[in-house]
Design a protein around this ligand. Structure first.
Ligand code: FAD
Length: 504
């Protein structure tokens, strides 16, 4: 079959083109390269470095661990001689002609295309120099250098990035504004939040924290040119802040104040605030109510008025309110089904609504019939699983074979670290979509562990495990097997019963 052959000046043709050098795109490319060793695969990516999954380990049936390296593109080409990486941003697509246009003015014609262009931070306001989003290596470095000069910052958002940041930042006051009743709403319930919150008030341990589930390294960073447009870099991932000093100017450990159930009402730059005659609040010390409501004497470059009426000044704001899928160059002039969250809708075979175009990772939104125990979350592990599965689907379509949804989409599983605790999330860990006829079983030892299971009709549908519980293997099996556990009732979480022995 034809390989990448020039079809005119400034244009090239390839059977497979993948867009995006993040974990989804690279995994898809590697998988295609292995399945079709005699075909040329083009990986077009805006980022100068690509992400590689290293030392992949299936730690249990559902949980996986791997390391991630950011590498120069030539390493992928050396490893897979049938892969060619083109460093350029795609600026347009003509799906009818199967043509991609890059910023360099080149055209690429494909037979099958997989879009893995990731996403970019959803900023609360655009074009404000005091509002930062964190997505890629460049934006993380920018954040670090701004923090090094900061006395106070405001973090907006309640997802994984916000949770990591507020705990990791030292030497700087942090006002954390969340729209929910409890911290970490995306990952756990109010009970788990209660369990974790004392960590925000305690001094951080001096010891080096154990690494999260995967190691994040960069290679060749100094030698490569950084992407000019930050929006085009690959998303950071697990342990992105490891080895990065996240410290402000103050001689304090971490100091976080949470403002619950509020959003940003208005942002003022310094001059605007000065002329508004308004006053801002001093940092409320976590352990005493004394300073609550006290007027701030300091001048700040930016001020935030929250919907609860409080105003705080800060050096800058971090907007950690999720991602917007990078779909624009692809959807303009083409008829893609786009989901409410802005992602390209994909079916069970990772196909978008446009023929011969697949999508994977943060850029896509699954629109297949919901699975009882799985939900999409824009996570590193899912980007890898989708990239892998998309390549399998492309191969199956070409070979006219049928393919069943990969096992990794049967049940949700994620292991991470929040506030220095191991956190394992399984299945419908937050009762997602279960309605009201479910119950929760809880076990909590303050400062040590928090265990929650979500039960429906006597079956375990999900679980949250915080701390070194050693229960993940057993609970995973119980969730996957859907064994009727009604007979055990609350004994299921009795710490005096060795549940592992019981069920294994
Ligand atoms: P990306 O990694 O965003 O890659 C997209 C690629 O597409 C990039 O190479 C980009 O250059 C390229 N691209 C974009 N537009 C174009 C274009 N027009 N033309 C050509 N190329 C283009 N997940 C976890 O599981 N655990 C965590 O602890 C975790 N922490 C995170 C911390 C931070 C700060 C961030 C930002 C994310 C974190 N995530 C975490 C999420 C995780 O990083 C993402 O879900 C995952 O990296 C998405 O991979 P992707 O390949 O879909 O997209």
């Amino acid at each position: 079959m034809a390989t990448a052959a020039a079809s005119g000046p400034g244009s090239a043709r390839a059977r497979f083109i993948v867009v995006g050098g993040g974990i989804a795109g690279v995994t898809c490319t590697e998988q295609l390269a292995g399945e079709f060793p005699s075909e040329k695969i083009l990986l077009i990516t805006a980022s100068p470095l690509i992400k590689a999954v290293m030392n992949f380990k299936q730690v249990s049936r559902m949980l996986e661990e791997f390391e991630v390296e950011e590498r120069p593109t030539r390493i992928l080409e050396e490893h897979y001689p049938n892969v060619k990486v083109i460093q350029s941003a795609v600026r347009g697509l003509d799906a009818a002609q199967r043509k991609l246009y890059t910023e360099e003015g080149k055209e690429y014609i494909y037979e099958k295309l997989c879009i893995c262009a990731g996403g970019r931070p959803r900023l609360i306001v655009k074009d404000n120099p005091y509002v930062l989003g964190i997505r890629d290596t460049d934006s993380a470095k920018e954040f670090q250098s701004r923090l090094a000069r900061a006395k106070r910052i405001i973090v907006i958002g309640n997802g994984g990035i916000a949770l990591e940041l507020v705990y990791e930042i030292e030497g700087c006051e942090v006002i954390w504004a969340i729209k929910d009743k409890a911290i970490g709403n995306t990952f756990f319930d109010a009970g788990a939040a209660q369990f974790l919150i004392p960590q925000l008030k305690a001094d951080k341990p001096e010891a080096i924290h154990p690494c999260k589930r995967t190691k994040y390294t960069t290679e060749g960073l100094e030698t490569e040119t950084a992407a000019e447009d930050g929006a085009h870099g690959s998303a950071l991932g697990p342990d992105w802040h490891e080895g990065m000093k996240l410290k402000g100017t103050k001689e304090i450990s971490h100091r976080v104040h949470v403002e619950y159930q509020c959003e940003i009402d208005k942002i003022y730059l310094h001059e605007e605030f000065a002329s508004s005659q308004k006053t801002s609040l001093a940092f409320p010390e976590n352990l005493s109510e004394e300073r609550e409501g006290k007027i701030d004497e300091e001048c700040w470059p930016i001020y935030v008025q929250l919907t609860n009426g409080k105003i705080y000044g800060s050096d800058f704001i971090v907007s950690a309110t999720g991602v917007i899928p990078n779909v624009e160059p692809f959807i303009t002039n083409n008829h893609f089904d786009v989901a409410e969250d802005g992602g390209l809708k994909v079916d069970e075979q990772m196909r978008t609504s446009v023929p011969d175009i697949f999508a994977a990772g943060d850029v896509c939104t699954v629109s297949w019939e919901s699975r009882a125990l799985w939900q999409q979350m824009r996570l590193w592990t899912q980007a890898r699983q989708m990239g892998y599965y998309a390549a399998k689907c492309i191969a199956a379509e070409l070979l006219d074979e049928s393919i069943e949804l990969d096992f990794s989409f049967e049940a949700f599983a994620h292991v991470t670290k929040f506030f220095n605790y191991k956190v394992v999330l399984l299945g419908k860990y937050n009762s997602q979509g279960l309605g009201t006829d479910h119950e929760l079983l809880l076990r909590c030892t303050k400062g040590q562990e928090y265990v929650k299971t979500v039960m429906q009709d006597g079956r375990m549908m999900g679980a949250v495990l915080i701390g070194e519980t050693d229960l993940e293997g057993t609970f995973e099996n119980l969730i996957l097997n859907q064994m009727d556990l009604s007979a055990y009732g609350e004994d299921l979480l009795d710490p005096d019963i060795d549940i592992e022995d019981y069920f294994d």
